[in-house]
Design a protein around this ligand. Structure first.
Ligand SMILES: Cc1ncc(COP(=O)(O)O)c(C=O)c1O
Length: 394
């Protein structure tokens, strides 16, 4: 049976729209990430999964350890539900209520680590925690700054960049009695999050590969020097780096003790643009064909699930199965309906499904309350997404 027939048969009793995860693809993708990490543990990026049951499944696999969460309320929830006792909140928090809850709960305070990169973050945590212990990790700018720093390639995150910057900030952390400095993180978005084989743009691909090679070399040296400087001041439990697109090269750095990854589990279509790995599409959503306005057109109900980021065409979901469908340029993926053009449209009848891939990973789960988990040719389990549990953290 081909993939489309198998998915259609497995979900025949479910009314579209709905979302699924193909567990065989999901497990193969997880195994691929673990192979690429070559023995270093992978901290699973929860923003790219947004489903408690699947996070728990991933953490049960060899090679994965700990969660990289995206908000403190999320981390408190995951810790309280016993999903993990090692949760790094990857982005700074200004949520005083959640900080107070963290400080008041010794088990949560043992499990959760907060991200900091400036004095204001430290002041906020101290004000909430008093003299109760809170674990913190220092975020380091991993962007690439060629031409004497005049150009910045990468994400705008931490202002801390040099070994001296980070060591001086670490000293400030260490002076504050309630704060426990346990880790460093440096996420190289310009490598991990930028595919080096953009479709139909070979010249751009060559430029990206050259930039990434130089950035990798620069960052490996700088990261090692930063880790040495901070380890001269205090012990660290972990040094985190990387993401789905950079697992093997980040893990190869001696200074890095663990890598982060999440998107590669669902393998959304943005992650098809990498030369170093090829995952299998694991998370899909199905829309019903609701009308046939004209020959060569099949119009689906819903579908406007655009991804975050710079507003370009790649933010649109990808019509996946049947193959050979494309968007109407005037309508794109619409709020209530999505016309699809192409030869396959004439093979679709009202009531058939079209299968799509989201551009990014976890954002799909903000659109659906449940994921139907397909194993072989049947749905073996239906599990709530974060949204399905009433949790919309971002
Ligand atoms: C700090 C950090 N680490 C790692 C990642 C990589 O996550 P993924 O593997 O889902 O791309 C991200 C993604 O934005 C991130 O912000």
């Amino acid at each position: 049976m081909n993939l489309r027939d198998r998915y259609d048969a497995a979900t025949a009793g479910i009314e579209a729209p709905f979302a699924v995860v193909d567990l065989a693809a999901f497990r193969a993708n997880a195994a691929g990430l673990v192979r690429r990490a070559a023995g270093k543990p992978i901290r699973v990026a929860s923003k790219s999964v947004r489903c408690r049951a699947l996070l728990a499944d991933v953490l049960a696999m060899d090679g994965f350890a700990g969660i990289m969460a995206f908000t403190l309320p999320e981390a408190l929830w995951l810790a309280g539900e016993g999903v993990s006792d090692d949760i790094l909140v990857a982005y700074p928090t200004t949520d005083r209520t959640a900080l107070a809850a963290l400080a008041a709960d010794p088990a949560a305070a043992r499990a959760v680590t907060l991200m900091v990169d400036c004095r204001e973050h430290l002041d906020l945590i101290e004000a909430a925690a008093g003299d109760r212990p809170v674990r913190v990790c220092v975020d380091v700018d991993a962007s690439y700054r060629p031409l004497g720093g005049r150009v910045r390639i990468g994400a705008l995150r931490s202002p801390l960049r040099t070994p001296a910057d980070v060591a001086a900030f670490a000293e400030d952390v260490l002076k504050r009695p309630s704060l426990r400095l346990v880790g460093l993180m440096a996420y190289e978005a310009q490598i991990a999050g930028v595919g080096d084989v953009p479709p139909g743009r070979p010249a751009r691909g060559r430029m990206i590969r050259a930039m990434q090679q130089r950035s990798r070399t620069e960052l490996a040296r700088r990261r090692a020097a930063i880790v040495r400087a901070v380890r001269g001041l205090t012990d660290l439990e972990f040094v985190n780096g990387g993401g789905t697109g950079s697992v093997e090269t980040t893990a190869a750095e001696r200074a890095v003790t663990e890598v982060a990854a999440g998107s590669g589990l669902y393998q959304p279509h943005l992650f098809d643009q990498y030369s170093n790995f090829a995952g299998r599409p694991a998370a899909l959503f199905a829309l019903p064909v609701a009308r046939r306005p004209a020959p060569g057109v099949a119009t689906c109900l819903g579908g406007g699930y655009l991804a975050s980021g710079p507003a370009d065409a790649v933010r649109l979901p990808q019509p996946y199965l049947p193959t050979g469908l494309s968007y109407d340029p005037n309508e794109g993926a619409g709020e209530v309906q999505t016309p699809l053009l192409g030869r396959s449209a004439d093979l679709l009848s009202v009531g058939d499904r079209v299968w799509f891939r989201h551009t990014k990973a976890g954002e799909l789960c903000e659109r659906f309350a449940a994921l139907h988990l397909i194993d072989g040719d049947e749905v073996v389990r239906t599990v709530p997404t974060y949204r399905g549990e009433g949790k919309t953290f971002l």
